[in-house]
Ligand binder design. Sequence first.
Ligand code: PHE
Length: 382
Amino acid sequence: SSSVADGDRSTSVPRDECCNIPPNIWKRVGADLHRRPGHPLNTIKRHIEQFIIQRATEHQWLADGVVNCFDALSPVSTTKACFDDLLVEPDHPSRAASDTYYVNQTHVLRTHMTAHDVQMIARGERAFLTTGDVYRRDEIDRAHYPVFHQLDAVRLFDPDKVSGLGGNDLIVSDLQDTLNGLARHLFGADTQVRWVDATFPFTQPSFEMEVLYNGEWLEVLGCGQLRDGVIRAAGLDAERHKGWAFGLGLERLAMVLFEIPDIRLFWSEDERFRKQFASGELGVKFEPYSKYPPAYRDITFWLSDAFHENAFCELVRETTGGDVVEDVSVIDSFTHPKSRRKSLCFRITYRHMDRSLTGEEVDDMQFRVRARARDELGVELR
Ligand code: PHE
């Protein structure tokens, strides 16, 4: 198709020459892993939703109505909603075409679920959750995939309760209480949590929550008090309307909680993966089935001006069909003393999730990666 539905699924967004979305990424739009019953991402989403709804009821977040949970919003976002409304500066790296998938000059595949916050507030939502697929061009390893899933939450407060002095303290302490409770709900009743100062363009103050798990501090989510500029972008008076937001990556949580070792497994149709999670319960630990042996191939080239590591990784994924490569790492770099030209050597780890690869298959893929890197990225092979 040459166009895709936009945020309200009512109109179509045409592509233009800015479009940098390859076929393997288009293919993922609409897969909706987070909505499949028994999928680990759905299980985590449901447990977070349940927790927030219960907390909102107990603490009377809303005078009337319930916390609305949205999980079918289109991933095509305007740059206004994804960046401008959230006070992301014009030259912020997250807007770069090397990091973000553009449909056309004014539309992207959302890079975070926060892209929906302003519209939702503008249409009257006061406490809500959004869950969906988000897209970022990135490097390749067992924890990174160009499509992943996030859950975001927003709570706005009754203006009469937070307008005076001390209102901001109340917002931050409610945010931290809520998230302490969420951490215990997901990780266990005696979970230790710590708060690390952070920066996001749309919140102030901002924090990252870390959880002590198996002896390691694990970064779980980003959060903070919504900036006045975000509230104003939604058409509200920021003197009166205040609130908090948080956002978290579902794969990251699921990999820790369920002991899932490779992010590509979430996309596997293999029954040996799927059936282990069918109960939809937390507390399941993944039992690895036979892991097929890896095959390594190195590629070395002189960089071109157009070279970007994300683009190279994407080319590797596209050339090999999506899920065959486990890792791409720089293992050597060299700058010529006279010409100052730079050369990099990448090691590509080939390993299919569901079957073994033959040496011939791997050689063939490596051959095609070399040819495309030369032709499409302009690098000089060595
Ligand atoms: N959108 C941020 C991210 O993708 C997370 C976040 C959401 C931070 C809401 C603060 C408030 O990392």
